[in-house]
Ligand binder design. Sequence first.
Ligand code: SF4
Ligand code: SF4
Length: 73
Amino acid sequence: MPPVINKEECIGCGVCAEICPCDVLHMTGEDVPQITYPEECWHCNACVLDCAVQAIKLRVPLPAMMLYLEARE
Ligand code: SF4
Ligand code: SF4
């Protein structure tokens, strides 16, 4: 499940596309990164952490979210 980019907040810096290890995000001449390989996202959160204007939100699938919760306990 790929992240969601807020097009109103995004300033088109391209940092998220550069740091994504899975080629999920690409700058393709648009002002906002395009999601190219959505199924490749492994929810590492790097794009969210490196976005200077907090324009990206991660959507973690429910089964993975349950694993996160178990790991915290
Ligand atoms: S890092 Fe944030 S501001 Fe920069 S292109 Fe990606 S979503 Fe847009
Ligand atoms: S969460 Fe990680 S793998 Fe998914 S789009 Fe962001 S940087 Fe790429």
